[in-house]
Design a protein around this ligand. Structure first.
Ligand code: UFG
Length: 337
């Protein structure tokens, strides 16, 4: 049984579907701080079976210890963390506590229970402003905000834990590029509780008429059309990457660090056009000043993941936008009444 912390969240819920598809039993552990309980019913609808869940916080080491023992957990996929850059600048202690202390509590419980397989959600944010593109795993790392530092600190904790008991742990640090899209059923997707910080959910809400226009943060970057360029990966591709990482760890003890991206650079305006094609509606936008802290461009070299995991992203920009729009225009709309 695999424990999925943050399994009710955006990437976690899609990974649960991928686990079910692979025939891998799982148990969700979530405190619903940034997700809804109704996702469990919708997951059950997709997978055709009830979805087991324990409500709890990853900082609750005693609860984790009980869950690990009671459910014969053999490995953990650890999504539970805060992820908003701006909020992390305003509330650094909350971020370090939830993200870093939460991961330490989880690792202590795992070590005590003799569970030493962990797939961890890292981020391309650890590359800062990369000196060249595409980004490889051996590039230097840095951070510019508490969220980014928390990811780097958690990566370091995992490396140190692995080194402290050589050959005992099986740890994957997965560096996600920009997760977007939704499950093709339209039943699960990204469900931001506040004004979206990220491009794709913001555009989706503009298309839905919830917001007036997109602010495009800068059109004077040294990129193809002057707008920021990123590596947008369909969340179902990303989810399948986690299953591939678990499979890899079964045969390979030690510490694995891989990019999960597509290798495909996409500009803000290309994303806007993708949503226009998917919805058949215009996306009003205005050019705004650059957003502080943004890099001009960032995309992955995904070849290590392909070589080691036998995994590569297969869904294109049109399926990203079509799936995101189906979710936005259906369940996401009904959730907001
Ligand atoms: N953008 C806009 N308008 C918006 C939102 C975003 O033009 O309303 C642009 C950004 O300037 C950027 C691109 O769209 O060029 C992507 O922005 P996102 O916020 O969607 O994604 P980021 O690459 O900035 O964010 C990612 C991860 C974060 C991580 C961050 C590090 O989603 O988790 O990289 O900078 F912290």
């Amino acid at each position: 049984m695999i424990l999925v912390t943050g399994g009710a969240g955006f990437i976690g819920s899609h990974t649960c579907v991928a686990l079910a598809q692979a025939g891998q039993p799982f148990l969700i552990f979530d405190n619903f701080s940034n997700s809804r309980r109704s996702v469990l019913d919708r997951l059950a609808q997709i997978t055709g079976a009830p979805v087991p869940c324990v409500e709890g916080d990853v900082r609750d080491e005693a609860l984790l210890a009980r869950v690990l023992a009671d459910h014969a957990i053999t490995g953990v996929i650890h999504f539970a963390a805060f992820k908003a850059v701006g909020e992390s600048v305003a509330q650094p202690l909350r971020y370090y506590d939830n993200n870093v202390a939460g991961t330490v509590a989880l690792l202590r419980a795992m070590q005590a229970a003799g569970v030493r397989t962990l797939v961890f959600s890292s981020s391309a944010t650890v590359y800062g402003d990369p000196a060249s593109l595409p980004v490889r795993e051996d590039f230097p790392t840095s951070a510019t905000n508490p969220y980014g530092w928390s990811k780097l600190m958690m990566e370091q904790v995992l490396a140190d834990v692995d080194a402290s008991e050589p050959g005992q742990w099986r740890i994957a640090r997965l560096r996600y590029f920009n997760p977007v899209g939704a499950h093709a059923s339209g039943l699960i997707g990204e469900d931001p509780q506040d004004v979206p910080n990220n491009l794709a959910p913001y555009v989706a809400q503009v298309v839905a008429g919830w917001r007036e226009a997109l602010s495009v943060y800068g059109n004077d970057y040294p990129t193809s059309d002057g707008t920021g360029v990123r590596d947008y990966i369909h969340v179902c591709d990303l989810a399948e990457g986690h299953v591939a990482a678990l499979r890899y760890l079964r045969a390979h003890p030690g510490l694995l660090t891989v990019n999960l991206g597509t290798g495909r650079p996409v500009s803000v305006l290309e994303m806007v056009r993708g949503f226009e094609r998917a919805s058949g509606r215009p996306v009003p936008y205005r050019i705004a000043p650059r957003r502080p802290g943004d890099v001009a461009a960032c995309w992955a070299d995904p070849s290590l993941a392909e070589r080691l995991l036998g995994w590569r992203a297969s869904r294109d920009l049109d399926s990203i936008c079509t799936d995101a729009w189906r979710w936005q225009d259906g369940v996401a709309r009904s959730l907001r009444g």
